[in-house]
Design a protein around this ligand. Sequence first.
Ligand code: C5P
Length: 223
Amino acid sequence: ASTPVLTIDGPSGSGKGTISRIVAQRLGWHYLDSGALYRAVGIAAGWSDIDLSDASALVRCTFDTVVRFRDDAGGEPRVIVNDVDATDELRTETAGAAASAIAAIPEVRAALKDRQRAFRQLPGLVADGRDMGTVIFPDAAHKVFLTASAEERAERRYKQLKDKGVSVTMDGLLREILARDARDASRTVAPLRPADDAVHIDTTGLPIEVVVARVLDIVVGPA
Ligand code: C5P
């Protein structure tokens, strides 16, 4: 049998990142934050002054961008982009918007495919993104699709960013998130959509622990 994979897909702010990290930790499995790869290419393009409309330069940038994840005792993993710790810059909505723009380019997605699949290692992998269950790991044994109301998703991002000291307004953030979701859902290549065999969980109003328990239940059965 091949290495087990749990895919967790959904729109921004659905709780994917938080839930995936905790579930991976509980299971003792590896964790892939696929959004970080797209964000990394987005900011690396910015560092090199590459225009977000210059597809061929962005594809080259994708091949040239080296992303490493480094565990940080107790905290979220650090993300190192071309030897620079870019963890904080990666979280900004500017990086999210750049990621969403480059993520619509088929050659960029193709260039990142094998890099994502390489994370599938024993004893197992929790993969977080938009197309984990549909494109990257269609054979995953366990698939989850997380959603939440747009307001709650904006609120979660707002809190996250404020905690990091990034200045944002709730209105601006809600608008940016809705625009990004619309673009992610309407693009022709790997649009955000649940896999046919995904279990849907609406996390609106649910505490993190409850969502974690439901997801673990899907993988290992009722506690
Ligand atoms: O999940 P996160 O918000 O970090 O993702 C940033 C952007 O990267 C998304 O808005 C989406 O456009 C893109 N993405 C993607 N496929 C993935 C993960 C992220 O297209 N598997």
